[in-house]
Design a protein. Structure first.
Length: 179
């Protein structure tokens, strides 16, 4: 857990400093990456975390939710919109959610972001015995959307979530079918 927190402490602000207020960024970091939040996610099996290493140094991580955990994960501390639940409930394929995909800024520009994403797809492919869909949410102002589109993901919805303190998450839901 401490390794995930260390990477997140660099990657999360680097990703969102130009998008979110300092207060929201700090609150969201604590909400998602406190020792308690990570312990809960891991011990409740709501997310599976995978660490990435470059030259034996931890450089990034991904976390994935399985279909059976998706509704629980979507409703945790978030006022999910009706359309969010519709995407999950009406899907023809099982949905795996790529909750987190972060690379420390120290390791960017080496093709590792693509490798992390490819590994997420491979993990999902290995988890599902049938065709499925992998989704992720990306802030509408995050340039990573272009990266995900380049890798074959498409925007299937826009979601607005109201968090504690009135903070908002305004995201695109992106998806790719995995066979």
């Amino acid at each position: 857990m401490s390794t995930i927190r260390q990477i997140a402490a660099k990657a999360f602000p680097a990703t969102y400093a130009s998008i979110l207020s300092t207060e929201q960024l700090e609150w969201m970091f604590d909400w998602m990456y406190s020792e308690q939040a990570l312990t809960t996610d891991i011990s409740n099996n709501t997310q599976r975390f995978y660490l990435a290493f470059w030259m034996k140094k931890p450089c990034g991580y991904i976390s994935i939710s399985t279909p059976s955990k998706e509704l629980h994960t979507s409703s945790k501390n978030v006022h999910a919109s009706a359309s969010d639940l519709d995407i999950i409930q009406s899907a023809e394929l099982p949905i795996y959610k790529l909750n987190k995909i972060y690379l420390s800024p120290d390791f960017q520009g080496k093709g590792l972001g693509r490798r992390l994403w490819e590994e997420a797809v491979a993990i999902v492919r290995g988890m599902s015995k049938e065709p499925c869909r992998m989704i992720l949410q990306v802030n509408r102002h995050n340039l990573a959307r272009n990266f995900y589109e380049h890798l074959g993901m498409t925007c299937i919805a826009e979601e607005d979530f109201v968090l504690e303190h009135g903070y908002e998450m305004n995201d695109y839901v992106m998806a790719i079918d995995v066979k």
